[in-house]
Design a protein around this ligand. Structure first.
Ligand code: ADP
Ligand code: MG
Length: 699
């Protein structure tokens, strides 16, 4: 039933509720949960109000009201209402609805006012409080938990208050509850100790008491995470039962030869991951694995050994990197590792010449070329493999979903290649479980021995000269320096100005011929970027000034200093990625976090955390808690809408793990959910909210 048919909702309000809050039906409204609860039994004294308090309720008598402002250059009109209780006076401010409000709030009348105290010109006031009749005598002080609904400016201006929403919800409940369909089978409620949906919906909006609210919240969070996992895992079950993978039963000679010639012993984590990949490759099902490992954890070696298993079984393999420089670096490293095996490897990028390209195409077709490393050039239609058995994608979040999909078709006439996606962006476990619910996840959670810690230091603008002197010292020791500027879409113009100003200044302090400074940013042509980047990688430039384009995997072992300008504007994960660009060689390395003089408390917390740990997973978890999962890098581009009403990936990881394990056990018993008892589940996961794209085909 449409929301419009509720009392007090006409076409106008209905349209607004839809456009602003996404609510169009009565069921939508029931699933629009309060984001917070307050105890309406508590009435604050005016004298005790402080700025920064959450919404408060006061009982006040109107003293007077007057219109203010509205004159030339004085901003908009406002209605100021002074109310009082025994402890003091409070100003209430309204910018709209003057007539209605001044008629209602006549001097001497008493009301309950509800809103958030803020400071304006040194005094506390409340802007657009909700207005309610005072409680009947004897009722005040009685605890009553009441939900607070999120709202928008437009919604408030249309006179739709929290109270209005509550009335609508209450009406919706009385319409829907009598015929409500339970979404979870009875056995699920029993096995997981959950309250029925009708109880949950009633108490999430109008809790009888704290205990009932907790039960309602738990039930609804569990339901949401359980159905999401069920939907993801069901796809995985279907795929693994289809068993259409290329079987690779052997480890093979090339693998063994490379392994024996390794210049170091693998870390325990590398060995563990290679074992997991081996199992996948010989299982007969298609591998779809995400390999997570912090910067420098040694993912390349895992990639090489995996590709050699494919080669040992008579197949080809490819590795796709997001930039030319990275592809070159991979190619150089991989060639080195492959030398003892005699396996042929080539590099294919946008700048590969015609003759080389021809020879590569021929080698791929006749099978004499076993391993191809490259950029997006790899997925062009002209690139045809004889038998591609394994495709590896490095730094996956830089690739578009459809670009990855094209790898899929590169084993003509046979099953699709196995797919390994590597990322250095540590994704918290809870997020990985959801984002990649249908992928298997391997983690390299151990660093190769002998890495020196990176010294991380915060500096403000006043220390800039000291910073430049420090850079000079490091350069005198033969080291190189990164200087990174933020580039945020919304402030792009100013950011470019800052970058250019910073570059000018550095060139002035680090003049030719003694110093060479390279600059890389998004407005350059690919050639310019490659030219500057290569100059720095090859050691011809001492300093690289850039935007965050260098964030992804570039390896410059000789770079020992990472200066991050306006570091307060970066998220933790991004700072961590940037810091990972240094500390790759044997020298002691430094990360300098530059900030302005004034930094928000939240930024301070972030920067302090950066100075205290180098563990990417700790930082990623914190980042998610501070900013919410939607902001995490990688999620925006992943194409997976995580659209949760009540559960939080950051905060409900225990419920999530439980829900996932339980979803697995349900599918173990009934893989396609065809038993009648599971019909409600099948029905629920068909809903848009839980419909997840088939990631097996795109990752
Ligand atoms: P990632 O791609 O995960 O950031 P790399 O594969 O580039 O990391 O490895 C980082 C560095 O560590 C490389 O110089 C590599 O040779 C070295 N390395 C990798 N594995 C080991 C190991 N087990 N022991 C010692 N050094 C290693
Ligand atoms: Mg790498």
């Amino acid at each position: 039933m449409e929301i419009q048919f509720l009392h007090g909702v006409g076409p106008k309000r209905a349209a607004l509720l839809k456009s602003e809050l996404g609510l169009s039906t009565v069921s939508d409204l029931l699933r629009f949960y309060p984001f917070r609860y307050i105890d309406r039994g508590i009435i604050h004294k005016i004298g005790s109000l402080e700025a920064g308090m959450a919404d408060v309720q006061i009982l006040g008598q109107v003293v007077r009201s007057e219109m203010q402002g509205g004159g030339e250059g004085k901003g908009g009109k406002r209605l100021s209402v002074i109310v009082t209780d025994t402890t003091g006076e409070l100003e209430l401010v309204f910018f709209k609805g003057f007539k209605w409000i001044s008629e209602k709030l006549t001097p001497g009348s008493v009301y309950l006012f509800f809103g958030k105290p803020v400071v304006f010109k040194g005094r506390i006031n409340i802007v657009h409080p909700e207005i309610d009749s005072p409680p009947p005598p004897g009722e005040s002080g009685k605890s009553s938990i009441s939900g607070v609904y999120s709202s928008t400016e437009k919604i408030k201006n249309a006179g739709i208050t929290g109270r209005t929403i509550q009335k609508l919800v209450s009406e919706a409940l009385s319409i829907v509850l009598p015929t409500l369909q339970e979404t979870l089978p009875e056995y699920v409620l029993r096995e997981k100790g959950l309250v029925p949906l009708s109880y949950a919906l009633r108490n999430i909006h109008f809790p009888v008491d704290g205990n009932a609210l907790n039960k309602a919240v738990y039930r609804l969070k569990f339901e949401e995470l359980f159905l999401l996992q069920l939907s993801l895992l069901k796809q995985k079950f279907v795929r693994s039962r289809a068993a259409c993978g290329i079987p690779m039963p052997m480890v093979g000679e090339p693998f063994n030869r490379c392994y024996e010639a390794l210049p170091y012993t693998l870390t325990g984590a590398q060995k563990k991951v290679i074992r997991e990949i081996r199992e996948d490759l010989r299982s007969g099902s298609q591998m779809n694995r995400l390999l997570q490992g912090d910067v420098g954890s040694g993912k390349t070696m895992v990639a090489v050994l995996s590709m050699l298993i494919a080669v040992g079984n008579g197949y080809q393999a490819c590795l796709m990197a997001p930039t030319e420089v990275l592809a070159q670096q991979h190619f150089a490293n991989i060639s080195k590792y492959l030398a003892p095996t005699g396996v042929r490897v080539e590099l294919l990028t946008g700048s590969t010449g015609v003759a080389a390209r021809r020879s590569i195409h021929a080698g791929l077709q006749d099978g004499s070329l076993s391993i191809l490393v490259g950029t997006h050039a790899l997925i062009e239609d002209t690139v045809q493999f004889k038998a591609l058995g394994l495709a590896i994608v490095d730094e996956q979040h830089r690739f578009g979903v459809d670009q990855r999909a094209r790898l899929w078709s590169k084993n003509p006439g046979g099953p699709p290649p196995h797919v390994l996606v590597m990322t250095a962006t540590p994704i918290p476990r809870t997020l990985a479980m959801t984002l990649y619910g249908d992928l298997d996840v391997s983690v390299i959670d151990e660093m190769p021995p002998g890495r020196k810690p990176i010294k991380t230091i915060q500096m403000t603008e006043s220390k800039r000269m000291a910073l430049y002197n420090f850079m000079k010292q490091q350069i005198a020791l033969g080291r190189q320096v990164f200087v990174v500027y933020p580039l945020i879409f919304e402030s792009e113009k100013i950011d470019y100005q800052n970058l250019e100003k910073g570059y000018e200044e550095i060139v002035t302090y680090f003049p030719l011929p003694q110093y060479k400074v390279a600059i890389v940013h998004g407005k350059q042509t690919t050639e310019e970027k490659n030219f500057n980047m290569s100059a720095f990688v090859a050691g011809r430039a001492n300093i690289l000034v850039s935007t965050t384009v260098i964030e992804v995997g570039v390896d410059v072992p000789n770079a020992s200093v990472m200066v991050i300008e306006s570091s307060e504007r970066f998220g933790l994960s991004q700072l961590h990625q940037l810091r990972g660009r240094v500390g790759r060689g044997s020298d002691e390395s430094f990360c300098i976090l530059m900030t302005g003089q004034k930094v928000s408390n939240e930024s301070k917390k972030r920067l302090n955390l950066m100075c205290s740990t180098e563990d990417g997973f700790v930082l990623a978890e914190e980042d998610m808690k501070m900013r919410g999962p939607g902001d995490l890098e990688g999620t925006a581009q992943s194409g997976l809408p995580i659209n949760l009403n009540i559960a939080s990936l950051a905060k409900d990881s225990l419920i999530l793990s439980d829900a996932r394990a339980y979803a697995t056990s349900v599918l173990d018993r009934d893989p396609s959910l065809e038993q009648p008892v599971n019909a409600p589940l099948l029905n629920e996961i068909r809903r848009e909210k839980y419909a997840v794209k088939d990631y097996s085909k795109i990752s």
